[in-house]
Write a protein that binds this ligand. Structure first.
Ligand code: FMN
Length: 351
């Protein structure tokens, strides 16, 4: 028997609203938590001050438990020549939008692996739950968070990663299948991507580890939740299902793609940020990511270039280079207030 995840997380429904950097908000997380599931915010793409403010924003809206997500990627390694060549490669697209590429690229946010101010914020604020994506912090950080009474979750995309999560003393593992929207949680993308789907991964991981498993990827409604539980999961983590909620900060173009039907598809690319992630296919995927492109700057340095290109394109009046992360199940998303969506998921699951 695995430990009881719902009592550990102090939630009624086996649903975690996925942390979604740039899309999830304090209002979304609070509405989900108030409805009896676990809301999440992501502070990975910001600094400690922004992290502190984001946690306070959720606290103002609810006293229920919520999850704070940080990024544990290998800290970026700058390579001026590689970055210059990448900007050179992108320069015709800047020119076509009436802009110049930036003179250089920056590491736009730090990894939690070397962000002690962010650790201090978490230890001080003590959110009920903290989750890790892209890998694991060192034993000292994990112990400090556990000593503060924080429940820890971490993503895994393979059985090997799930075993590492368990061995590190994390409370539960998020088994992220290839269907999932957003960044793949791969610990080391250079070793290749096993690209395992949610059904297979959930079962494999549930057999391999003793800690509870949270299935993620392509789960959009009560039937999907029931299927994941049947396959050995103790809960699910759903991201794409919450993008159309009015509380999300997804821009209009992202919402329109979600509702565009069969004319649009999602795919995984690493050219947007430097790490593989699933989103709606546009010119970033088909042109920038076309075979034969130069070597990518490290994550998240590459993201700086795409953000600049998208800003230029937006100014020129097009969405050609916008970043719209979403999972394969996007067409099943429902545009409902988050609290209503959680209640509906509960009803569907009970049927
Ligand atoms: N996972 C994280 O751990 N941190 C993030 O900041 C994050 N950002 C995401 C942004 C978007 C727009 C989406 C759709 C997903 C993101 N994810 C992130 C991945 C989710 O944790 C989860 O694996 C995924 O949403 C599950 O698949 P689904 O989108 O099909 O529900």
């Amino acid at each position: 028997m695995k430990p009881d995840l719902l009592s550990l997380l102090r939630i009624d429904l086996p649903v975690i609203q996925a942390p979604m950097a740039g899309v999830s908000t304090a209002a979304l997380a609070a509405a989900v938590s108030r409805a009896g599931a676990l809301g999440s915010i992501s502070v990975g793409a910001g600094d400690a001050g922004q992290g502190r403010a984001a946690i306070a924003d959720v606290r103002r809206l609810t006293d229920r438990p919520f999850n704070v997500n940080v990024f544990c990627h290998r800290p970026a390694q700058a390579d001026a020549a590689r970055e210059a060549a990448w900007l050179d490669y992108l320069s015709p697209h800047f020119a076509a939008n009436g802009a110049q590429p930036p003179a250089s690229l920056r590491e736009i946010y730090k990894s939690f692996l070397d962000d002690d101010p962010m650790l201090d914020v978490l230890l001080e604020a003590r959110p009920a739950v903290v989750s890790f994506h892209f890998g694991l912090p060192d034993a000292r950080r994990i112990q400090a968070l556990k000593d503060a009474g924080i429940v820890l979750l971490a993503s895994a995309t393979s059985v090997d990663e799930a075993r590492q999560v368990e061995a590190a003393g994390i409370d539960a593992v998020v088994a992220q299948g290839y269907e999932a929207g957003g960044h793949r949680g791969l610990f080391d993308p250079e070793r290749g991507d096993p690209a395992i789907g949610t059904f297979a991964l959930t079962q494999l991981v549930a057999h391999a580890v003793r800690i509870p498993v949270i299935a993620a990827g392509g789960i959009m409604d009560g039937n999907g939740i029931a299927a994941a539980l049947r396959l050995g999961a103790s809960a699910v983590q759903m991201g794409t299902a919450f993008i159309l909620c009015p509380e999300s900060s997804a821009p209009q173009h992202h919402r329109a793609l979600m509702q565009a039907g069969e004319g649009v598809i999602t795919a995984v690319t690493d050219v947007v940020s430097g790490r593989p992630a699933r989103g709606f296919v546009n010119r970033l995927f088909s042109e920038i990511g076309a075979p034969g492109h130069p070597p990518l700057p490290d994550y998240p340095i590459a993201y700086d270039a795409v953000k600049a290109l998208n800003a230029a394109a937006t100014k020129a009046g097009n969405n050609d280079f916008s970043v719209n992360w979403a999972g394969q199940g996007f067409a099943l998303a429902r545009a409902l207030p988050a609290g209503e969506l959680v209640r509906l998921l509960g009803e569907e699951l009970a049927q």
